[in-house]
Design a protein around this ligand. Structure first.
Ligand SMILES: [Zn+2]
Length: 197
């Protein structure tokens, strides 16, 4: 019995990998195939290589490419950075318990007065500070190393002295938290795998 045309087409569409992108690289020594996270297949053609050889190379790597494409597709389908809700609840409770006393301890150390501490779930901030001395802290701080968490707390506390990010502000931070640059670097790296910035 003849298969309906659409079924055949669907089969072809599923089996055929996307057309590879060929890139000549005079510094490359050999053919290299890569599959990017968005499912693009890139083939590097070395200095003495040809497109015909590159296509043959892709043919030989077909199984590997198919596996990589599948993996990329699976990863794209998965929502990233999603924590199980019960874990979020537990961490938020821990944050409410641990962060305010630590903030007050540091405030006392620097002779500063905090009028109120709130634990929040800001998506794009680790913390904030108002002119009236209210400090909001992101519960995700409890998932960080202590020295990074302390930097964020000190950063907010120093805003009680200066409400800007001027060199004078950073000098205050540097004095209170000598490894603040390391902590900032850590946060920058963390940002890429974490929803809050
Ligand atoms: Zn700030």
């Amino acid at each position: 019995m003849k298969q309906p045309a659409f079924a055949f087409d669907a089969h072809v569409a599923l089996q055929e990998p996307p057309a590879p992108v060929f890139v000549r690289n005079p510094r490359a020594r050999r053919y290299v195939v890569r599959v990017s996270a968005d499912g693009v297949v890139r083939v590097t053609i070395p200095i003495r290589g040809s497109k015909r050889r590159a296509i043959e190379f892709v043919e030989r790597q077909r199984t590997w490419i198919a596996a990589q494409l599948e993996r990329a597709e699976r990863e794209r389908a998965q929502p990233r950075n999603v924590m199980p809700p019960e874990m979020v609840t537990a961490l938020r409770a821990q944050a409410k318990r641990d962060l305010p006393p630590r903030l007050l301890e540091l405030a006392a150390q620097f002779g500063l007065t905090v009028s109120r501490v709130t634990i929040r779930s800001q998506r794009w901030r680790w913390g904030s500070c108002s002119r009236t001395g209210r400090v909001s802290l992101n519960w995700r701080l409890v998932t960080m190393p202590d020295w990074v968490r302390d930097y964020v707390l000190i950063h907010e506390l120093m805003h009680l002295k200066r409400m800007d990010h001027s060199p004078k502000f950073w000098a205050l931070v540097a004095e209170a938290c000598p490894n603040y640059e390391e902590a900032r670097a850590w946060l920058t790296k963390f940002k890429t795998v974490h929803p809050a910035a």
